[in-house]
Design a protein around this ligand. Structure first.
Ligand code: NAD
Length: 424
């Protein structure tokens, strides 16, 4: 299927500019010096690799890849690996920085990192993607490892990609090292509950935010942008919790039903066709119109920068739950705040994935696996604890949830820097 150019594909502000503006806001609240600000704004280590690929037809091409550790003061770098055509160093820097604050907000012993390869995976065979992944892993070998930097899936990568990374790393080291990646298949040391963890966490955060207003999950109408690993499971969990899902979309377009979509039939349709588009008993809706729907909750679960000054002004939802990383620009965030729309920020709302990644890493390091019940229970407890801490700080200081979450995350990282001291 060819992706039509939808309005959501218009040029978006740089994610790095958004990340820097968010950090600057937190630094101002915290009253930090310009020296500390500069340190917090700068990646600790960056690697930029060339990935020569032999295509199935015998031709060769050169791809570019990156791994960036934004901060490793609280522990090893942690962050996803993205395969997308628009991946560039600034996007990876921004996403690595977000991971630093996210791990700190949910109080994991990790820093923040991110990786990416500039590639449209839809145009490559599985064997080609395996070769890309293995070569990329070999090139960044010195930087990664269970004590250094641990990878996970992101846009365009999945548990198979993580199995290839883990295998390449292990073969080169000479023994099996499952803890170098998370989000792996269960058969090679993955964790129960990891595949759905981000989406479950989104629903826990949303439930807590609604509860602050005395509203239940079963009372709300929801629109979800992005129907990949995060958006599709979130849609399913919300339908199970009694929410009415009015619209969903993917990069090909969206579908809408004023009475609520039949989510189990929709999931079957996507399994069969690869897209939500064309789902029976629904009307088509484009990605920009979806953001402006008359719903209670809007969940961006696709790409960065979709809620900018213009689109944020059209949002009718009372809550925005950021399942995607960086879906709201700084200008968009200001518009939402001015309009009294409650935003549960990405570094809190989508932290369920990294929380269960942490559980997977702990299990792999101990070679002892937990039950699904233990994982789900601990995930919920972590998410609710993080939400309560952020919401309480927001209330106490009169801040938005984003400012409160960023301030908590940035402060925890800065404290680690300060207590460790400056070497030499
Ligand atoms: P995915 O590749 O599985 O799915 C992405 C979805 O977004 C697909 O449905 C795709 O069609 C859609 N999409 C892509 N471009 C679009 C566009 N321009 N307009 C509308 N829809 C578009 O990726 P994912 O893992 O579900 O990640 C989605 C978001 O969640 C990303 O921002 C990612 O960084 C973030 N996130 C993912 C995880 C995780 O565990 N996978 C954890 C935390 C945050």
């Amino acid at each position: 299927m060819t992706a039509p150019v939808t309005p959501v594909d218009k040029p978006r502000p740089s994610p790095l500019a958004t990340a820097h503006a968010q950090l600057a806001g937190a630094v101002e609240i915290l009253g930090y010096s310009s020296g500390l600000h500069e340190m917090l704004a700068t990646s600790r280590r960056e690697i930029n690799v060339a990935i020569p690929l032999r295509r199935d037809d015998g031709s060769t091409e050169l791809l570019r890849g990156y791994r960036i550790q934004h901060n490793i003061s609280r522990g090893p770098g942690k962050g996803g690996l993205r395969y997308a055509p628009n991946v560039d160093p600034d996007e990876v820097r921004a996403l690595a920085m977000l991971m630093t604050w996210k791990c700190a907000v949910v109080d994991l012993p990790y820093g923040g990192a991110k990786g990416g390869v500039t590639i449209d995976p839809r145009n490559y065979s599985k064997l080609e993607l395996e070769r890309v992944t293995r070569r990329y892993t070999s090139e960044i070998m010195p930087m990664i490892g269970p004590e250094r930097d641990i990878m996970a899936p992101d846009i365009g990568t999945d548990e198979q990609t993580m199995a290839w990374v883990m295998d390449t790393y292990s073969v080169n080291k000479g023994y099996t090292i499952p803890a170098v990646t998370t989000g792996k298949p269960l058969s090679v040391g993955g964790s129960l509950g990891r595949a759905t963890a981000t989406s479950r966490g989104v629903v826990h955060a949303m439930k807590a935010a609604l509860a602050d207003a005395g509203v239940g999950l079963n009372e709300v109408r929801v629109a979800i942008q992005g129907f990949g690993k995060v958006g599709s499971h979130a849609t399913r969990f919300l339908a199970e919790a009694g929410s009415t899902v009015l619209a969903v979309s993917d990069q090909y377009g969206g579908v809408y039903d004023a009475n609520g979509l039949d989510v189990s039939s929709l999931l079957a349709h996507v399994k069969q066709t690869g897209s939500v588009v064309g789902f029976a008993d629904s009307d088509p809706i484009d990605n920009t119109a979806l953001l402006a729907l008359d719903v209670d909750v809007l969940i961006p679960a696709a790409v960065e920068g979709v809620l900018d000054e213009e689109t944020a002004a059209t949002v009718k939802a009372r809550w925005v739950i950021e399942a995607a990383n960086g879906p709201t620009t700084s200008a968009g965030d200001q518009v939402l705040a001015d309009r009294g729309i409650i935003v549960v920020p990405d570094i809190l709302a989508n932290a369920g994935g990294v929380v269960v990644s942490y559980f997977e890493w702990v299990q792999a390091n101990q070679a002892y696996w937990w039950t699904e019940h233990e994982i789900e229970e601990r995930l919920e407890q972590r998410m609710l604890q993080a939400y309560a801490t952020v919401a309480q700080a927001a209330r106490a200081d009169g801040h938005t949830l984003r400012d409160a979450a960023l301030t908590i995350g940035v402060r925890r990282v800065a404290e680690a820097h300060q207590i460790r001291g400056l070497y030499p």
